[in-house]
Design a protein around this ligand. Structure first.
Ligand code: UDP
Length: 457
């Protein structure tokens, strides 16, 4: 039926930027695949429906713990013990069952009924929502589809995985294994495409081949209908030269992009300063045999620093002198990260899953400088084993490593290839397409059942 609108409730909480970003990406993918057919209700269920602290204070709590990573480490690890898992479920069931049930029962705009399908993009939105859904479905068995889309990359908390889901979409081999170790069936429940990421990264100048690669060595046919045109449009217009011109960057300089987390955390000032000084000191020797004084002022490298919402870092770096060898461009929070990444040659960043997946799509070698213990720890081997990056917490080592990359075209090329090989630019559309199929078949099933019931009556 052409007028049918399918309603999907996406459960998350804004602990870190990635959950909402993934939810928005999935909503955008539905819109591209089936324009006007899907209505997504994206809800921070803890903040909006948590009855009292700490349940409605997870966002601030997470921010605070991320500032003092050892506290997060402790919390994460305790939460993975049998007792921690039990306690979490006990507390949530005791205090959040009714308010969360109200959330999951809320009417959708277009149908005025609760959602046809529930999706979790958060580690704490499996166990209790699954119980509630069964209850809402009459108490005997759950009929409303429920899927998990894991938004971590190389590591993830145990609570992401509940064997009661219809599907669990995982982005990497490591998380595929972890899902299996939590009792999910690799044949019927676990699906591995990649991380859902923003629309700007679904297609880039450089990912055309990698999209074919990623789909041929994974179990999926490539996505070929409508978005192919979107991909081609993008490929033709977003050449690196054009992007550099648009962004006010120098055309021919090896360019390094430094990015903090979405909130600018992770020591971006000492790292940018060490790297800037290293690159800034690199023109004198090169120009030794050149008598023209002007050449001494010509930079040989370019460094862009995206400080996110960290205003203090931005003004500190803007007022710093790095030497004539490097051209510096300092940005605050940018909304066009896909353009900055496509204009760059390599990336220095904290090990955030979204940023790594985006960089990999753009073919950027990654120097990782920080990670959150727990779920981000696995992102380091994810990048290192795939061959497109290294980790160090030491600003001098970071500066030396990045300099050695930028001055070796062969290294850059092989790391770029490795990054593209690991990239999964069609993941978001692949996941949304599978989810849409689940919603379609659930609706068909339920309407057949209704017809049978009417006939029997
Ligand atoms: N980001 C952005 N603009 C900025 C800085 C970061 O759009 O100025 C985006 C970045 O592209 C990525 C997200 O913020 O998509 C950060 O997500 P990630 O999973 O890497 O780390 P988190 O901040 O969630 O820990």
């Amino acid at each position: 039926d052409d007028d049918t609108v399918y309603t999907v409730q996406i459960l998350m909480s804004d602990t870190g930027g990635g959950h909402r970003a993934s939810a928005n990406a999935l909503r955008d993918a539905f819109d591209v695949l089936h324009p006007g057919k899907f209505e997504c209700d994206i809800v921070d269920i803890y903040t909006e429906y948590g009855p009292f602290w700490p349940f409605n204070g997870y966002v601030q709590g997470y921010k605070l713990m991320a500032k003092y990573p050892w506290t997060w480490d402790l919390f994460f690890r305790f939460g993975e013990t049998d007792f921690g898992l039990w306690l979490n479920e006990f507390l949530l069931t005791t205090f959040c069952y009714e308010p969360f049930k109200e959330c999951m029962n809320r009417p959708s705009r277009s149908t005025n009924k609760r959602a046809d399908m529930v999706v979790s993009v958060h580690p704490l939105c499996q166990d209790l929502p699954l119980k509630i859904l069964k209850d809402l479905d009459g108490g005997k068995e759950r009929t409303t589809p429920f899927v998990t889309v894991v938004t971590d990359l190389g590591g993830a908390h145990k609570t992401w995985f509940n064997a009661g889901v219809d599907k669990c979409f995982v982005p990497s081999d490591a998380l595929n294994k972890k899902a299996q170790s939590r009792g999910l069936d690799p044949k019927t429940q676990i699906v591995q495409y990649g991380l859902p990421i923003r629309k700007g990264f679904w297609s880039t100048t450089t990912n055309a081949e990698s999209s074919q690669q990623s789909t041929s060595n994974k179990k999926r046919i490539p996505f070929f209908s409508k978005p192919k045109n979107i991909i081609n449009d993008k490929v033709s217009s977003n050449s690196k030269d054009k992007l550099r011109e648009q962004l006010g960057l120098e055309q021919d300089l090896p360019t390094c992009l430094v990015v903090g987390g979405g909130d600018g955390m992770g020591g971006i000032v000492p790292i940018s300063s060490a790297l800037g000084k290293k690159l800034g000191s690199m023109n004198d020797d090169d120009d030794d045999d050149d008598d023209d004084d002007d050449d001494d002022d010509c930079p040989n490298y370019q460094m862009v620093v995206v400080c996110g919402s960290n205003k203090e870092a931005k003004s500190t770096l803007e007022n710093m002198d790095f030497g004539p060898g490097v051209q510096i461009n300092v940005q605050g929070f940018v909304n066009n990260m896909d353009e900055w990444m496509n204009a760059a040659d390599c990336l220095v960043t904290k090990a955030g899953p979204g940023t790594i997946a985006e960089a990999s799509i753009c073919g950027l070698p990654c120097m990782l400088f920080a990670y959150l213990p727990g779920q981000e720890e696995g992102n380091v081997p994810y990048v290192e084993n795939a061959g497109f990056g290294k980790y160090s917490g030491n600003p001098e080592v970071i500066a030396d490593t990045v300099f050695s990359w930028l001055s070796s075209p062969e290294t850059m090329e092989s790391m770029k290839e490795a990054a593209l090989k690991a990239a999964r630019p069609s993941a978001t559309l692949d996941i949304a397409r599978d989810m849409a199929d689940i919603a379609f078949s659930a609706k068909t099933k339920s309407s057949t059942k209704e017809k049978v019931l009417v006939a029997v009556r």
